[in-house]
Ligand binder design. Sequence first.
Ligand code: CA
Length: 428
Amino acid sequence: MLSRSLLSLFSLSLLGLPACAATPDAKQALAAQNRGANPVATPPRNARASLSQQERFNLWKSEFIARSVRMGYDRSMVERLILPAKIEERALERDKTQPEFSKPVWSYVDNAANASRLNGGRTKLAENGEVFDAIEARYKVPRHILTSIWGLETAYGKIMGTYNPVDALATFAFEGRRTSFGEAQLYALLDLLKSGAVRQDQLIGSWAGAMGMTQFIPATFRDYAVDFDGDGNKDLWENEADALGSAAHYLSRHGWRWGEPVMTEVAVDAEFDYSLLEGSKKTVNQWTALGVRPVGGQRWSAEAGFLDAKLIAPGGHRGPKLLTFKNFDVIKKYNNSTSYAMGITVLGEALRGKSVITTDWPRNDKPLSFDDKKSMQRKLNQLGFNVGGVDGIIGPGTRKGIRAWQKSRGLPADGYIEQDLFKRLMAQ
Ligand code: CA
């Protein structure tokens, strides 16, 4: 799961790779560690710095094994899991492949619901009717959303990764900025193995440690995976009932509300105040009073009026405007990305023959490069629209600053910026 959250794992600090040999003391200590000697023999910090990366990794392994055994895990189980681990270079790579242009949101959403994923999903829905009946009855999460997650995470089980997840997790745990994450995930794997719910030979995943048809990282697997078909094994790799039941269990536990909408497209009055975007939630009735209405001349049902919703317009005021509900937030618990939650909703609704977004995106807009984004942030700060740090990432804080600048210039305050508006800002 949570491939999006794992993307941020790229931003690990680059390790220096000193070619110098280890000091004799450090080598002796390492050899002692590898013989299973008492971890008291850990070399001091300065000695450790002179070890090679592989030597430091081996040292980390023996320390992790010792810690795990002290915590009560069976030594042979821990050793079987940890000793074969290899350094996963990608887990050590710094975020040096910063994309020049990040993809616009519509490219992500279009791809999520492309023809092959839609056709694949229809087939899977037809093939798994009984399983979905049982899952919906138990967890009250609809099949089209589960199918959509299945399709986006692994193309319905076709792309689940071929890696040993222990490599990346051990590498994270070993050094860098993700040590506590990596270590917690390794303990989760140990818990899983100890429970007997999975076998070590089943542990295959993405290079970054997510496993199975719904890409659960180990802690999610341990805490939310279910043996839906009741055969004694939580098989998220080969068994649709287990994988889909586990995803349903996860969404249910995070507050999915059966029968409520996820995301609805709306139209707004010409004089609508776009600075309300991304703000606090309001009931649909409150939004109606502010000039927000369903697209296509439809009306809200009486009960919909009392639902809380947030208004977003990821493509600016010329693109689709969307009210997002509690269920949208629940999807973001799966993967904390607005684009992801939109993609899941658009594909899911398409799978039941509904089109969520009817307004076209401003597809001809030219996106800002990473450097443009930094220039923009610097400029906004200079002009007194405080956006905080200059990091080239347009988050809620930067959009708030853009909206404030737009409002001060009498422009629609949608927090959205492309090359034309960027040039106008930079000319100020
Ligand atoms: Ca099972």
